[in-house]
Design a binder for this molecule. Structure first.
Ligand code: SF4
Length: 219
């Protein structure tokens, strides 16, 4: 069991799956920059949290609910949690854009569900991601594979935070060009520097090998 003072933010899991370096820059180095994508996401979250909790026939809707799991060492906040009269508890996370190729959004939602399970003492089978571009919900099943991915990711993030090590940049255009930290991260110049250093080391090794293998009579 983890103590209250050492809980990892659920958002860090999402950042880690998008890019481990981004996660370290935000959660170890406390760096942050906003771009249009993060601004749109922030506005969506603020809207999701706005407004009172409400009750409709068969359902109670709670907004901005803080959650935590001492077993997993995680804490965060749910955009919306639906409590149905048939006993189902359904977390709903609001996202800009549309469903993505990576599983970061699903992991974030499932991590919230695992916290709710520990807090409420029951099983939660699934939740929903609401994507602003599509304007509709995508159901997410909290199967064993997704639950394991939450656990493994939480462990990786905790190790990163404990060691305080920021992974090197790996420039991937589709990922990095959408990243709000690209100016701070400078992934292209790091790649260039690493490339230049590797080129220099290679030339140095070649020159030394030439010297060692050279016929003494040549000199
Ligand atoms: S710019 Fe690329 S490498 Fe750097 S933090 Fe963002 S996604 Fe990661």
């Amino acid at each position: 069991m983890f103590d209250e003072d050492h809980l990892v933010a659920i958002s860090a899991l999402q950042h880690w799956l998008y890019c481990p370096r981004q996660c370290a820059l935000i959660h170890v180095e406390r760096a942050w920059e906003e771009n249009k994508f993060t601004a749109q996401g922030r506005v969506m979250h603020e809207r999701a949290h706005e407004g009172p909790n409400e009750s409709r026939p068969g359902i109670r809707i709670t907004r901005g609910l803080p959650v935590r799991s001492l077993g997993l060492g995680l804490s965060g906040q749910c955009d919306v949690v639906e409590f149905h009269t048939d006993g189902r508890v359904v977390p709903v996370e609001y996202k800009r854009g549309k469903p993505k190729a990576h599983r970061a959004d699903e992991v974030q939602l499932c991590a919230q569900a695992l916290c709710l399970e520990e807090m409420l003492g029951g099983a939660i089978e699934g939740g929903c991601l609401y994507y602003g571009e599509r304007r509709r919900r995508t159901p997410v099943n909290f199967d064993h594979e997704l639950r394991d991915l939450v656990t493994v990711t939480a462990s990786s993030v905790r190790e990163c935070l404990t060691t305080g090590t920021t992974p090197p940049a790996e420039y991937e255009p589709r990922r990095c060009d959408a990243c709000s930290l690209i100016e701070l991260c400078q992934p292209r110049s790091l790649r260039f520097r690493r490339g230049a250093a590797a080129w220099f080391q290679q030339r140095l090794r070649a020159a030394m090998a030439t010297d060692v293998n050279a016929d003494p009579g040549d000199s």
